[in-house]
Design a protein around this ligand. Sequence first.
Ligand SMILES: NC(=O)c1ccc[n+]([C@@H]2O[C@H](COP(=O)([O-])OP(=O)(O)OC[C@H]3O[C@@H](n4cnc5c(N)ncnc54)[C@H](OP(=O)(O)O)[C@@H]3O)[C@@H](O)[C@H]2O)c1
Length: 286
Amino acid sequence: MIWLIGNKGMLGTELALLFEEKKIPYIGTDRELDITDPAALNAFAVQQAITWIVNCAAYTAVDKAEDDVDRCRLLNSAGPANIAAAARYIKARLIHISTDYVFNGTGNRPYREDDPACPIGVYGLTKREGEIKVFEHNDASYIIRSAWLYGKHGNNFVHTMLKLMEERDRVSVVNDQRGSPTWAGDLARTVLALITAADSKAVPYGIYHYTNEGNITWFDFAQEIYAQGRRLGRLTKDCAVTPCTSDEFPAKVKRPAYSVLDKTKIKTALGLEIPAWDLSLGKFLR
Ligand SMILES: NC(=O)c1ccc[n+]([C@@H]2O[C@H](COP(=O)([O-])OP(=O)(O)OC[C@H]3O[C@@H](n4cnc5c(N)ncnc54)[C@H](OP(=O)(O)O)[C@@H]3O)[C@@H](O)[C@H]2O)c1
């Protein structure tokens, strides 16, 4: 049995749909079982025959986190520690999700798993603390770092762009941040591929990077959303998409300028063929 924590979030929803489609036994929890309450987690864990825990719960509001440090740390650092401890208590293996925001984005080649983490905001800092705590509490853990996620559920860049492009004649999008858009559906399939592989052979515990293939700027992404949205009838009117710089969009926290992740490790471990970002966008929009 898989325990899916954060089953109502963007990634959690995709995982729940995938488990249901594949008829994989799982039990999902979200806010009603607070990850900051270790006793509640342990009490729940012992009632089920759980062999895997997948944690998708987190504090993900990157800007808000700057003024809400304690809550963000509780969810992104103490929460994963509690979950890892619960996993160890019931001898379950854990897959925890982390982020490209553990890097500062000043690199000029894709970040590898063993590159030093150096987060620049509260969200990235607390996610990094969470990674460390996961391994402190349970060696039998995998962490998958991903980036630029979008999916059916929740606020994300694709939904925002489709809405703005339908409402406005012009949208300006930053062209100085580079990364890899990643469909949460693809990440969900990768989580399942990891569980399946690790159930049948030794897959070393540790950190793995996963995004869709290719890297672009948010402006490039918006242009493709517009082109595909028009082609597929998701957008019903013309809209100009223009590039701008991050300085034109003042935000509480600086975003990494370069957050491309090296995926060699996960591709080798699981024999994965990773879909290109634009093909996955097309599947998502269809
Ligand atoms: N989104 C991205 O672009 C992105 C990129 C890279 C990595 N990630 C990582 O991927 C993972 C999944 O992200 P996501 O975008 O799917 O997150 P999400 O949509 O924000 O989902 C997180 C879920 O956790 C729930 N939650 C909040 N507090 C909780 C608590 N105390 N106990 C139990 N559940 C609680 C949330 O409920 P409420 O909605 O009611 O708060 C929500 O359903 C996270 O670890 C995130 O850091 C995300």
